[in-house]
Design a protein around this ligand. Structure first.
Ligand code: IMP
Ligand code: MG
Length: 183
């Protein structure tokens, strides 16, 4: 395993910049294979912003011409697994009626965030709501949801980098890793 130290935190690299780039290109082609119509890409902020930016550019390479709008959601973890709440902090401003939508998130864990967003856009009349996540942590699912496109299965560790943070830090890292000495 390779690692680096930032501000006293040791970070082990789980998925390198090169591995991520290759997987992102594969996902873009897999999306193109579904032949989406009037595609609207909706990154769920904040954690997905780097994955979304790379995936969008790879989608151009795969022959797609999507539009993009952003949604920011906050999820509040409840003690019991069935009662987590999701709140819309910033909504899209695009009408999704009869459009294919691709929701993008960083991590699928309980599934509540994406299930909420998917139901919301489906209720507004989207023809189809597809989901792409960089990482899947399968052990903690509370909502019935599997992503249509998944980058990597993620070990049960708190990961950072490539847009994802720990207490607002580490989003800038070009790879995905985990902190081995959290303070
Ligand atoms: P869920 O699927 O509704 O449980 O939400 C997953 C969300 O929790 C992700 O979009 C992340 O914002 C956050 N999250 C879960 N695990 C991690 C992690 O290991 N690092 C950083 N954020 C995480
Ligand atoms: Mg998130």
């Amino acid at each position: 395993m390779t690692g680096i130290t930032i501000d006293g935190h040791s970070i082990e690299i789980l998925f390198s910049e090169t591995e991520i780039a290759a997987r992102v290109a594969e996902i873009a082609h897999a999306v193109a294979d579904r032949d989406p119509e009037r595609l609207l890409v909706v990154p769920v902020l904040k954690g997905s912003f780097i994955f979304a930016a790379d995936l969008l550019r790879a989608m151009h390479g795969a022959g797609l011409s999507p539009e993009v709008d952003f949604m920011m959601l906050a999820s509040y973890r409840a003690q019991t697994s069935s009662s987590g709440q999701v709140e819309v902090l910033r909504d899209i401003q695009t009408d999704v009626t009869e459009r294919d939508v691709l929701l993008i998130d960083d991590i699928l864990e309980s599934g509540r965030t994406l299930a909420f967003a998917k139901d919301l856009l489906a209720a507004r009349g989207a023809s189809q709501v597809l989901t792409a996540v960089l990482l899947d942590k399968p052990g903690h699912r509370a909502a019935e949801l599997d992503a249509d496109f998944t980058g990597f299965e993620c070990p049960d560790k708190f990961v950072v980098g490539y847009g994802m943070d720990m207490a607002h830090a580490f989003r800038e890292l070009p790879f995905v890793g985990y902190v081995t000495n959290p303070k």
